[in-house]
Design a protein around this ligand. Sequence first.
Ligand code: NAI
Length: 302
Amino acid sequence: MTELRFDGRVAIITGAGGGLGRSHALELARRGAWVLVNDLGGALDGSGSSASAAQRVVDEITAAGGVAAANDDSVATAQGGEAIVQCALDVFGRVDVLINNAGILRDKAFHRMGADLIDQVIDVHLKGALYVSQPAFRLMREQGYGRIVNTSSASGLFGNFGQANYGAAKAGLAGLTRVLALEGADHDIKVNAIAPIALTRMTEGILGELASKVSAESVSPLVAYLTNEECAVNGNIYSVAGGRIARIFVAETYGVVLKENTAEAVQAQLSQIDEVDATRFHEPSSLDSETTIIAKALSEVA
Ligand code: NAI
């Protein structure tokens, strides 16, 4: 197999001062990419900031013989998004790859969730991806090349208690992925998404036995493929954890045409409307059920 390289390519990775972003940054740099390591350097709940988070990862990359620069702008404003992309242009002269990865958590049961928690999480995850993607996408259109990976989550695609803000933002990223994939298709811009599960500060203490099997590093090979020139897919969303990868897709049942279109007819024929004819599909009903599928698949190969 020919090694998938990134020589001459410039990658922006948001929230790359730790966890998954750091791992992606090291992986792409190891394969020859020049990497802009962006990270605000705040706490898990989004509070505070520190330029040293991004710089530490830059130092790691440089020590390993790679090329990287640090940036500590926040993804959560339009100006921040512009500044991040401009920084990559100033330092490296172009942008080929964008990995929207920055994220925070502000979990609370929906009936007790204040507007501040809604705004902060939507701002970083969903608006942040829009704000950084837009200037990057414009450059990619002009140059006729680009690769974008968005970081969605099983939480939004399948549901998870206490994460209305986060789940809504993450499902929004799936929509963004589908739309940008269409808009970029004629310009060799490929936009895909991942729904990872990995042991990072975000998931410390909640993964149970799975924790030892799902390192951040186990997610990055898929991200390297999806951001490489050789990437053959566009608009796809992948569940990825511990080396287990599956495509998540939105499907629908065959459907029913009601003879009499009334609420009572819907009630009477609901089972036909909802009936899924599938023998080889996984259909996770929640983040927990997705986690169980992953755990089963991983334990079967172990
Ligand atoms: P992490 O907390 O280690 O990484 C997130 C990074 O984003 C942090 O370094 C943080 O400083 C940075 N960040 C936060 N707000 C920012 C802002 N406004 N501007 C720039 N950087 C900012 O957590 P992890 O797990 O590595 O998360 C990476 C992404 O993966 C997130 O989007 C998260 O929601 C997503 N994810 C992670 C899962 C997991 O199992 N770890 C599951 C599903 C999704």
